[in-house]
Design a protein around this ligand. Structure first.
Ligand code: NAP
Length: 256
């Protein structure tokens, strides 16, 4: 029997087969979870439908821009109607305007700051609040963060600030939801070549730097993020909540 047999999950943040969300969704599905997927706009629908379709033609697929409360509510209403409950939620969503991911953090506009924090941080709070009433058998909420939350990574700029707020949100949500046996954790992933990552100026340099400097002398593979995502969703992690787990080939321990 799979580790996630009889569990129902919802995944936010699959854009294409390179998405970290896809690696984690595959690991969850392989262990028996039944998954629903959302996509941001019509532009991505076909891509996500094709990927989600590999789990069967009855896979629930809905649009959801995470800045829109009405769309969030529609997703959870549909999950309630179809399954009546929920166990797993993957939040793998982030965005900042491109101009905010180059040059100086000092020059971040009020609007870019607001958008980055709304899409990348507040969305976790909004999704957790909508999911919690359905997690009547306990649950696991998982988000993705990055080391730029705690140290300066040139060009990561406002995303670093958004991730710092995301990691703090993980702790506050873990405290609020703990009594309902809902765990909230974050994976801090080393750089992975995805659509979102390519928006960061100098991203390919980051990949090279990790390969040269991390203790394991390589970059993380998407399947390894999937494996940690599976662990955090499973009963093996039943006493782990409010944590940021580094899956970065050890880079986080380095001072130089
Ligand atoms: P990705 O494949 O581009 O996924 C990012 C997802 O966020 C996309 O599906 C994107 O949809 C979605 N998104 C953006 N704005 C949204 C909105 N308003 N509503 C709903 N969805 C929205 O890139 P990824 O690298 O896998 O990113 C997933 C997560 O991992 C992010 O939180 C990222 O910060 C984090 N992370 C990535 C790395 C890395 O090196 N790749 C490292 C550490 C952490 P659209 O394409 O339509 O915008």
């Amino acid at each position: 029997m799979g580790l996630l047999e009889k569990k129902v999950g919802v995944v936010f943040g699959v854009a294409n087969k390179r998405s970290i969300a896809w690696a984690i969704a595959q690991a969850w599905a392989r262990e028996g979870a039944h998954l629903a997927f959302t996509y941001q706009g019509e532009r991505l629908k076909e891509n996500v439908a094709e990927l989600a379709g590999t789990f069967g033609t009855d896979t629930l697929l809905m649009p959801c821009d995470v800045t829109q409360d009405d769309q969030i509510q529609l997703v959870f209403n549909e999950i309630r109607k179809r399954y009546g409950k929920l166990h797993l939620l993957l939040h793998s969503v982030a965005f900042a305007p491109r101009e905010a991911l180059e040059g100086r953090f000092l020059d971040t506009s009020r609007d870019a700051f607001r958008v980055a924090l709304d899409v990348s941080t507040y969305s976790l709070v909004a999704l957790a609040r909508a999911a919690a009433p359905l997690m009547t058998e306990g649950g696991s909420i998982l988000t993705l963060t990055y080391y730029g939350a705690e140290k300066v990574i040139p060009h990561y700029n406002v995303m670093g600030v958004a991730k710092a707020a995301l990691e703090a949100s993980v702790r506050y949500l873990a405290y609020d939801l703990g009594p309902q046996r809902i765990r909230v954790n974050a994976i801090s992933a080393g750089p992975v070549n995805t659509l979102a990552a390519r928006g960061i100026s100098g991203f390919l340099e980051m990949l090279k730097h990790y390969e040269a400097k991390s203790p394991l002398r390589r970059n993380v593979a998407p399947e390894e993020l999937g494996a940690t995502g599976l662990f955090l969703a499973s009963d093996g992690a039943a006493a782990i909540t409010g944590q940021v787990i580094y899956v970065d080939c050890g880079y986080q321990i380095m001072g130089m």
